[in-house]
Design a protein around this ligand. Structure first.
Ligand SMILES: Nc1nc2c(c(=O)[nH]1)N[C@H]1C(S)=C(S)[C@@H](COP(=O)(O)O)O[C@H]1N2
Ligand SMILES: [Mo]
Length: 326
């Protein structure tokens, strides 16, 4: 089966549709436990197993109390979430990142937070891991290509980190710069994007409690192909806003450029809020394929405005023309 990569127009074979129901069953078990009050007894930890998977260390977390943070939909099987990826630094095909990213060096790792802040600082990854209690959040992630997943992430609100550096009154945007190392990343040879991959948010979007700085998923630290050692997850925006393997966070007065906007200005706007009413110039955004649900023959899901997070984030865009600001 050949599938056209919608971001780039490249043709490539589909990834295998191998699915594992074990994590889905774990989740159902957790829901039963929760109903019986057993989760509270276990200290609120969602993943009690604490088992390393594929050499990835277990990561303790508590169930998030942030409104809207726990989608009650079946989880995407872990085997799909770790093997069907977009991480163009490691190749354009969905299975390339799982094959090429595991050699990425994630220690030592630092994140420089700079720009319009009172206390600019370079944080080591160990410090970031301890900055705030780790929460588990179950988010839908909708790719602009028309597929989606439901993933149990581990991390904390980006606002906790931004508070440490004290944004100045003139700061209006936040730019995210990710690693670009041609010695480690074979995908940089491709000119499809202007490396490094960068993304941006308005400051109020970055400060929203749902905007997650993620360090883990499915109870363990992040697989490299999913953005280790830390990435953003902005659940109401198309997946490409959720930058992987971040090295710099910069607060600015002007709207920063973004990698996808530079590559195709009319296709990938700065806001990129999930909006079924605004088609991509080359395809509709009204429905989505949920990865892990029986491949191409499964019934497609209706895409929801703001990916289903309208109650939480809709007011950020009051009075804005979301067709113009796509
Ligand atoms: N640095 C970097 N971050 C990235 C990308 C990328 O190519 N490079 N791809 C984006 C896209 S298009 C999507 S859909 C998500 C995919 O995240 P996942 O592979 O964990 O599902 O990562 C986003 N973050
Ligand atoms: Mo995407």
């Amino acid at each position: 089966m050949l599938i056209k990569d919608k971001h780039t127009g490249f043709i490539h074979p589909s990834s295998s549709e191998i699915t594992s129901q074990s994590l889905y069953l774990q989740r159902r078990q957790w829901l039963r436990l929760a109903a019986a009050g057993g989760v509270a007894a276990a200290g609120g930890a969602v993943w009690a197993q604490g088992k390393a998977v594929e050499g990835l260390a277990p990561m303790a977390s508590v169930k998030s109390a942030v409104a809207g943070a726990m989608t009650m939909e079946p989880l995407t099987p872990y085997t799909d979430a770790r093997s069907y990826n977009n991480y163009y630094e490691f190749g354009l095909e969905k299975e390339d990142p799982a094959r090429n990213a595991p050699s990425l060096k994630t220690r030592p790792w630092t994140v420089k937070v700079e720009g319009l802040v009172n206390k600019p600082k370079t944080f080591g990854i160990e410090e970031l891991l301890k900055l705030s209690p780790m929460e588990e959040r179950i988010y839908r992630l909708r790719c602009v290509e028309g597929w989606s997943m439901v993933i149990p992430w581990i991390g904390y609100s980006l606002s906790k980190l931004l508070a440490q550096v004290e944004p100045q009154g003139s700061a209006r945007y936040v730019e995210f710069v990710t690693l670009a190392d041609d010695k480690q990343m074979p995908g940089l040879k491709s000119r499809v994007l202007d490396w490094p991959y960068t993304e941006g948010l308005r400051l109020d979007e970055a400060m929203h409690p749902l905007t997650l700085l993620a360090f883990g998923m499915y109870g363990n630290e992040l697989p490299k192909q999913n953005g280790a050692p830390l990435r953003l997850v902005v659940p109401w925006k198309y997946g490409f806003k959720s930058a992987k393997s971040i090295v710099t966070i910069r607060l600015t007065e002007k709207e920063p450029g973004t990698a996808w906007n530079k590559a195709a200005r009319n296709e990938y706007g700065f806001y990129s809020n999930v909006n079924p009413g605004v088609p991509h110039p080359r395809w509709s955004q009204e429905t989505e394929r949920r990865i892990g649900e029986g491949g191409l023959f499964a019934k497609r899901h209706k895409t929801l405005l703001f990916n289903g997070y309208e109650a939480q984030v809709g007011q950020l865009y009051a009075g804005m023309d979301l067709k113009k600001n796509f």
